[in-house]
Design a protein around this ligand. Structure first.
Ligand code: ADP
Ligand code: MG
Length: 326
C-alpha cells in the first residue's frame, strides 16, 4: 500500500512547491476563498495550509488520506498505464507517504473539528478532537524524511521558497477573489487581499510589482468565441522584476510553444525586439476547442484549431505593446 503511494509521490511530489500546488488545488476545489500559507525552511520543515472551504466530514477524514492509491498498482502494466496518465486523485495519499501529515477539518455543519495524522507508513487509526474554525488545515512536516534520495535532491531553503513563491504567484493571478496570506519562517512575506474583477490590476501590482502595472497596457479582444484579455508592458519596465510572463488558458497557467511564439512575434513586429515580452494574459475559448490534459505537470495544451488561435493572439497583441511604451 505504502509502496504504491511512495511511487506515486515520486511522480507528483517533486519538491515542496508541488505539495503547495496540490494542497491549494484541494482548498480551491472545496470552495475556499481564504488561504493562510505557512512555510518553514523552504517547505522542508513545514508546509501548512489553512482554508475556509467546505471542510471534510469526520467519517471521510481517513478516506481522504487513504484514497484509491491502493488498488491501482497491482501489476507492471498498471504502473506503466498510470505513469502515462499522471497521478491525479491521490495527492494527499502521496504526500502523506513521504512526510508527517496532520489533517484537521471542520465542516460548518459539524460542531467539532477532527484531526487525523499519518507519518510515512504509519497511519494513526484514532481520530482526535481538535479546535479549528470552519474549513481545513493540512500540515505537512519533514517532507521526504523517509526518502533520503529525494531529500538530497532539494536545493537551499531560499531556492525552494522561491519555487513556492512562483507557484503562489501563478495561483494569485488566476483567482483575484481569493485572499492569500503567506508566511515564511513565521514572518508574513506576502499578502494578497481579495479584489473584485474590475480591480484586478491591484492584485497584479501586488503579485508582479508596480513597475509592471504602472506601465501596462490593457488588452481585451474577442473574435469568433475566442477572447484574449489582460495586460502587456514594454520589456524595459520589468527589467528588475524577473520574468513577468503569465499566460492562462481557460483559467489554467500554461507555457505553450504556439502561444509563446505568437506573443513574441507580436512584440517583435511592434517593437522590433522580441527578447522579453512582459505580460499577464488570459485566453478564453470554448472548452471543446482545447485539450488541457496533454500533460498536466508540464502545462501543455493542444488547440484543435491551432493556427486560428495563434493568429488571434498575434492580431490581438500587435501594436498594443508599442502603445504601452508611449
Ligand atoms: P483529489 O483532490 O484528486 O480527489 P486528493 O488526495 O488531493 O485527491 O484529496 C482527496 C480528497 O480529500 C478530496 O477529493 C476531497 O474530498 C478531500 N479534501 C482534500 N483537501 C481538502 C480541503 N482542503 N477541503 C476539503 N476537502 C478536501
Ligand atoms: Mg487533489
Amino acid at each position: 500500500i505504502s509502496l504504491a503511494n511512495q511511487i506515486a509521490a515520486g511522480e507528483v511530489i517533486e519538491r515542496p512547491s508541488s505539495v503547495v500546488k496540490e494542497l491549494i488545488e484541494n482548498s480551491l476545489d472545496s470552495g475556499a476563498d481564504q488561504l493562510f500559507i505557512d512555510i518553514e525552511k523552504g517547505g522542508r520543515r513545514r508546509i501548512r495550509i489553512r482554508d475556509n472551504g467546505s471542510g471534510i466530514d469526520k467519517d471521510e477524514l481517513a478516506l481522504a488520506l487513504a484514497r484509491h492509491a491502493t488498488s491501482k498498482i497491482t501489476s507492471l502494466a498498471d504502473l506503466e498505464a498510470i505513469q502515462s496518465l499522471g497521478f491525479r486523485g491521490e495527492a494527499l495519499a502521496s504526500i502523506s507517504s513521504v512526510s508527517r501529515l496532520t489533517l484537521t477539518s471542520k465542516p460548518a455543519q459539524q460542531t467539532q473539528a477532527w484531526q487525523a495524522w499519518v507519518e510515512g507508513r504509519d497511519m494513526q487509526a484514532q481520530l482526535t478532537p481538535a479546535s479549528h474554525p470552519d474549513g481545513t488545515t493540512v500540515d505537512v512536516e519533514d517532507l521526504f524524511f523517509n526518502t533520503p534520495a529525494r531529500r538530497k535532491f532539494l536545493r537551499t531553503d531560499k531556492t525552494e521558497f522561491s519555487h513556492i513563491d512562483e507557484m503562489l504567484k501563478r495561483i494569485a493571478l488566476s483567482r483575484f477573489d481569493v485572499k492569500m496570506v503567506i508566511q515564511h519562517n513565521q514572518k508574513v512575506v506576502r499578502q494578497y487581499p481579495a479584489v473584485a474583477q474590475e480591480r484586478a490590476l491591484e492584485r497584479i501590482a501586488k503579485v508582479v510589482g508596480s513597475s509592471f502595472s504602472d506601465t501596462a497596457e490593457m488588452v481585451d479582444n474577442e473574435h469568433f468565441g475566442l477572447r484574449l484579455w489582460g495586460w502587456v508592458a514594454p520589456p524595459e519596465a520589468c527589467r528588475h522584476q524577473g520574468d513577468v510572463q503569465f499566460l492562462y488558458v481557460n483559467g489554467r497557467m500554461m507555457r505553450d510553444r504556439l502561444l509563446n511564439h505568437a506573443i513574441r512575434q507580436a512584440y517583435g513586429d511592434t517593437l522590433g525586439d522580441d527578447r522579453s515580452p512582459t505580460y499577464v494574459l488570459y485566453l478564453e475559448l470554448p472548452p471543446a476547442e482545447v485539450d488541457v490534459n496533454v500533460h498536466p505537470a508540464k502545462h501543455e495544451v493542444r488547440f484543435h484549431h491551432a493556427r486560428q488561435v495563434h493568429d488571434f493572439v498575434l492580431q490581438s497583441l500587435r501594436g498594443v505593446a508599442r502603445g504601452a511604451t508611449s
